[in-house]
Design a binder for this molecule. Structure first.
Ligand code: PMP
Length: 407
């Protein structure tokens, strides 16, 4: 990552200058939600101060400005992930995106006897919608298991792709373990067997270059707030023909061409067919600014920076007595789940907070994964490119102190 002044990059994030409990903040919870650079905050602020209007409705100047900026975000986001803009549905995030797939594609394509194949490391957002659809359609869920290091057992996954499997849901990157799954190879195997694939990219977009076209999936979902964008933003990508074949999920304004009370309403074309109602306009325009910001640094540079931070963090954590890292796959994003002998994850996180360190504790919306590792909860340190080696040192010092406190 030579040539990039990472201290200057960090200075773009106003919040990172604050203190908590009288200590400099060490924000290691970016997998939960990421911090925002000033350019994103200013873009949202400027929208409300100078441009605020609804999209796609008014012909007046402000209405056109809002629509143009909103659609410019779609284009910018599409370029960022190498897909066509008219294949990108803007959503409130991954949860909405996967529910859209489940209720629109799932309800019209799944039936009794079909199988939805999920991996053990899915977030609840890629489990519960499928459970709800299986209840309605009579389809069943099957789970593909992991190796003890928290990587997918690919042989088992391929063996589980029997002819009754209609859909495969797989996380690109695990939010708990950081494991990076070989989604392109997995989707290739699925495609050979005619299985529709939905990839949950929530934790991939913040950390690396994601080329959706190269992955070769059918659906790819992601969320904006983990990639420097505002909350309540995100997208679903699907191939154009697939989107065109799908019925609406929500009905209302924006998603129709003509509403007739005596005959069938004519729906809008995708992506607008799936964007009923007034969207998060300011948020998505802010997400456009976030993508511009990330592209300005470069996702490959960000990935390299985070690999350095992850190597440093992992090595130092191993020096802490009684600390166990959960998830040690060879290919990982900068997300580290851990436990300390004799301490509950919540107590650990509470004591770390008093030292200024923000880590998440709990089940991380991944109950089946917790069960696999035989723990009720973990602590999770998740980093971003704006974190520093000094923060890692401060975190390790805090861990040692907490261990002493806990006896
Ligand atoms: N999937 C994964 C892997 C996640 O980490 C998250 C966020 N915790 C989600 C889905 C849900 O994203 P959102 O809450 O933004 O819809």
């Amino acid at each position: 990552t030579a040539g990039i002044d990472w201290d200057r990059v960090r200075a773009d994030f106003p919040l990172l200058r604050r203190e908590v409990h009288g200590k400099p903040l060490v924000y290691f919870d970016s997998a939960n939600t990421g911090q925002k650079p000033a350019s994103v905050i200013e873009t949202v602020d400027a929208f409300y101060r100078r441009h605020n209007a609804n999209v796609s409705r008014a012909v007046h100047a402000l209405g056109s400005e809002a629509t143009e900026s909103y659609e410019a975000t779609r284009t910018r986001l599409a370029q960022h992930v190498n897909v066509a803009a008219n294949e990108l549905v803007l959503t409130s995030g991954t949860t909405f995106a996967i529910n859209l797939v489940a209720y629109s594609w799932g309800l019209s394509n799944l039936k009794a006897g079909d199988v939805v194949l999920l991996t053990r490391m899915e977030h609840h957002a890629n489990i519960v919608p499928w459970q709800l659809i299986c209840e309605r359609t009579g389809a069943k869920i099957r789970v593909a298991e992991l190796h003890p290091d928290g990587s997918l057992d690919l042989d088992a996954l391929h063996a589980a792709m029997t002819p009754d499997v209609k859909l495969l849901g797989v996380a690109h990157v695990s939010n708990v373990l950081g494991t990076i799954n070989p989604v392109a190879a997995i989707c290739r195997e699925a495609r050979k067997r005619g299985i529709t694939t939905v990839v949950d990219g929530s934790q991939a977009l913040p950390h690396m270059t994601v080329d959706i076209a190269a992955i070769g999936c059918d659906f790819y979902a992601f969320t904006g707030h983990k990639m420097c964008g505002p909350t309540g933003t995100g997208a679903l990508w699907a191939r154009r023909a697939l989107l065109e074949s799908m019925p609406p999920f929500l009905g209302g304004g924006e998603m129709i061409k003509e509403v007739r009370l005596d005959e069938a309403t004519i729906f809008n074309d995708p992506p607008h067919r799936f964007e009923a109602g007034t969207p998060n306009i300011a948020g998505h325009i802010g997400l456009g600014a976030a993508v511009a910001y990330l592209d300005g640094i470069g996702m490959d540079a960000i990935a390299a920076r985070e690999a350095e931070l992850l190597a440093h963090l992992t090595e130092e954590m191993q020096s802490v007595d009684g600390l166990r890292i959960i998830g040690t796959a060879a290919k990982k994003a900068a997300v580290v789940s851990f436990l300390v002998e004799g301490a509950h994850a919540h107590d650990l996180a509470t004591l770390l907070d008093l030292e200024g360190v923000a880590v998440r504790s709990g089940h991380h919306c991944a109950h089946p994964l917790m069960k696999f590792f035989g723990v009720p909860a973990t602590c999770r340190a998740s980093l971003a490119f704006y974190n520093t080696h000094d923060e890692i040192e401060a975190f390790i010092a805090a861990l040692h102190k907490v261990r002493r406190l806990l006896g």
